[in-house]
Design a protein around this ligand. Structure first.
Ligand SMILES: *[C@@H]1O[C@H](CO)[C@@H](O)[C@H](O)[C@H]1NC(C)=O
Ligand SMILES: *[C@@H]1O[C@H](CO)[C@@H](O)[C@H](O)[C@H]1NC(C)=O
Length: 296
């Protein structure tokens, strides 16, 4: 044993104690009843997969025809990959998504392991499942295309989130359980409505880019927001700008979490913010399985 592996193990253990209570899943977990660390043996992995609710994974339409997109991408970080996307969603698409969300808004929940709750000290917002119409399918297709149509990657059913004055979501990870074979590998946060002050998205562990051109999209100087409890924030806070989106990866290929993906929705001070979450789930072998089910 190398001399400091004991202290390394101890640190990892303490870290896991710290993380578990904060181990909140954004949205519904695809794995219905899981608590703890991902299984390592084939049996444990098979057991986890048997609990996967595949009806939340969207199967793309083969003959879908969508308008050409004209967004502009700025890479913020290469490891993990974090990209800022200008005009990811057009104004008419944003209005439509808000309109179809309206009847479905209900108070948002948080997940810790398999426990779902309305914990307003963690998250104060409303969420709406988007009915899967043509626009929604085209947004899913755009998110898949952005990721290079990666095999075995599926878009989860889309939810919007509405934050009124003082609405927020404390720092959390979007991904829960993962391994090299499955997991919520990436997230998009799209701003559908940003008729608000405040409501930025903070990533304390991301390094601030040097060039001032970024100040169009991230808070700089006097603009820098305080945290939910009035604390100084580290890292980067992205401004809520309608139509624009952030994209980041939650896991390394081996299934370990990127700590840099830790983020919060800061309190809205005035007005309303509506965000669209697009989560991508990697499920090794699932595409092959679907193909075999289709062929007689
Ligand atoms: C699986 O997901 C679908 C679609 O969201 C949902 O209607 C259903 O209740 C889920 N089933 C379970 C067992 O969680
Ligand atoms: C930031 O980028 C712009 C655009 O390329 C460039 O003109 C400017 O010199 C850069 N500023 C710094 C401080 O590097």
């Amino acid at each position: 044993m190398p001399p400091n592996s004991k202290s390394l193990i101890r640190t990892a253990f303490e870290y896991s104690l710290l993380i578990v209570p904060l181990y909140l899943l954004a949205g519904a977990p695809l794995l219905r009843s899981f608590f703890g660390s991902p299984g390592e043996t084939d049996d444990e992995v098979a057991d986890l997969i048997s609990k996967l609710n595949t009806s939340t994974l969207m199967i793309p339409d083969e003959d879908l025809i969508c308008p050409k997109s004209t967004y502009v991408v700025h890479i913020l970080s290469r490891d993990p990959l974090v990209a800022y996307i200008e005009d990811f969603i057009r104004n008419d698409e944003a209005s439509h998504l808000v309109e179809i969300s309206e009847p479905n808004f209900t108070p948002s929940t948080v997940w810790a392991g398999s426990e779902e709750s309305h914990d307003m000290t963690i998250r104060l917002s409303e969420k709406a499942l988007l009915p899967r119409d043509h626009t929604v399918k085209c947004i899913e297709a755009r998110a898949r295309a952005f990721q290079g149509w990666r095999p075995d990657v599926f878009i989860e059913e889309l939810y919007s989130q509405r934050y009124g004055p003082s609405g927020y979501y404390r720092h959390h990870f979007d991904g829960g359980v993962s391994s090299s074979r499955f997991g919520r590998i990436s997230s998009f946060m799209v701003y559908l409505d940003a008729s608000c002050t405040g409501g930025g998205t903070n990533f304390p562990k991301l390094k601030r880019p040097e060039n001032k051109s970024w100040c169009k999209f991230i808070e700089c100087g006097d603009e820098i927001s305080k945290g939910i409890d009035g604390e100084e924030l580290e890292g980067i806070t992205f401004k809520a700008i309608k139509g624009n989106a952030l994209y980041w990866e939650n896991f390394r290929p081996d299934g370990s979490m990127y700590e840099e993906s830790w983020h919060a929705g800061l309190p809205v001070k005035t007005g309303t913010k509506i965000g669209l979450n697009i989560w991508s789930w990697y499920q090794k072998g699932y595409e092959e399985l679907l193909k075999s089910q289709k062929s007689p």
